[in-house]
Ligand binder design. Structure first.
Ligand code: PMP
Length: 342
């Protein structure tokens, strides 16, 4: 393995070329507590700031391959934000436009980022997938109404998981040939199913773990075949209620449900003691990898995904009123009371 000092960073030919090839970062506390080596793949270091840059590149290049997007055409997508951000940056770099449909409930930070990048942003009420005006279904219909537009369809377009099959998992093997397990949460399922497909085909000894937030249905689905859930979560970008096309044929070796309190505590610990400022899906992933490491026993090497940065969720993750009203731990180190005599 090359040390950080010997490593020469790549020289890229533009934004799209700079997607992927992210480093792995050893997570100290989680590793020490379990006697394993737990690494996070630093997807927040992608040029658009999240793991979804990889999918965005593959989705747009798939539309180009299939002749579905024309020069100066428009890509339309329904997204919790990160895919929209990635798609908009890739679209800007390739001369396309983007129209993004997002549930109103998602953070202001992601919506601002999208508007600033030039996306036409359509905020809609959050509705379940069964509702005709669910943001995903709405984005599909919208793509049919806009001239010269096409739908990226990240949930059911398997170019999404191909991004992880062809890039994320092979990178992990090159970085850590002795990896024994990989786990992460599911939004579309592209990351987990794409990596799992690669590992199972080429490195079948790598165990696959799934970590769900409360209120998502897939934990029970993979555990005992029932598509059911209880509870809810403030996490964004993850938590799926159906088996998307990207998840077809996929089953994990381990599955865990991680509550918001554990996810937030993982994020706060990573920030305060390891300097890693991560969004809550990363907290779910790290807490889940720790559970899996405990179950597998000491001596294993696990990899999970550090999906994006906490800067995309500041108004929620560090908002004491919001957290208190959701019964969640507060970042007590922010705005501490000064001693009276100062
Ligand atoms: N974390 C965050 C913050 C995300 O935005 C997403 C994608 N929606 C995921 C995790 C899950 O990734 P995937 O869609 O590949 O399952």
């Amino acid at each position: 393995m090359l040390s950080a000092k010997e490593f020469v960073p790549a020289v890229y030919n533009g934004f799209v070329d700079a997607i992927g090839n992210t480093p792995l970062i050893r997570l100290k506390a989680a590793s020490e507590r379990t006697g394993c080596d737990i690494y996070g793949k630093a997807e927040f270091l992608n040029p658009g700031g999240s793991v979804k840059d990889r999918a965005a590149k593959y989705l747009i290049e798939g539309l180009e391959r299939d002749g579905k997007i024309q020069p100066s055409g428009t890509v339309v997508e329904g997204t919790a934000g990160n895919t929209g951000i990635g798609l908009t940056y890739v679209a800007n770099a390739k001369g396309y436009r983007s129209v993004i449909v997002i549930p109103r409930t998602q953070t202001q930070e992601k919506k601002d980022t999208l508007r600033q990048a030039g996306a036409t942003l359509i905020e809609v009420d959050a509705k379940p997938y069964s509702h005709p005006n669910n943001y995903i279904k709405l984005s599909g219909r919208l793509a049919e109404c806009i001239p010269n537009a096409c739908w990226a369809n990240q949930f059911d377009n398997v170019d999404n998981r191909r991004a992880h099959y062809e890039t994320t998992a092979p990178e992990i093997i090159k970085q850590l040939p002795n990896v024994s397990a990989f786990s992460c949460a599911i939004g579309t399922g592209g990351t987990l199913a794409g990596c799992a497909m690669y590992f199972r085909e080429h490195h079948p000894n790598v165990k696959i773990g799934h970590t769900d937030p409360c209120g998502a249905k897939l934990h029970r689905w993979y555990k005992d075949g029932e598509l059911k859930a209880e509870g809810n979560s403030i996490t964004e970008g993850i938590g799926q209620g159906r088996v998307t096309a990207n998840l077809e044929g996929f089953t994990p070796d381990y599955t865990y449900e991680i509550d918001d309190e554990a996810a937030l505590q993982a994020c706060f610990e990573l920030l305060q003691h390891e300097g890693l400022a991560l969004g809550m899906s990363s907290g779910i992933n790290v807490a889940g990898a720790e559970r899996m490491a405990k179950e597998m026993g000491p001596g294993h090497t696990l990899v999970t995904i550090l999906c994006d940065s906490s800067s995309r969720y500041q108004g929620k993750m560090f908002n004491r009123e919001f957290l208190k009203s959701n019964g969640l731990p507060e970042p007590t180190w922010i705005d501490p009371e000064l001693p009276a005599e100062i």
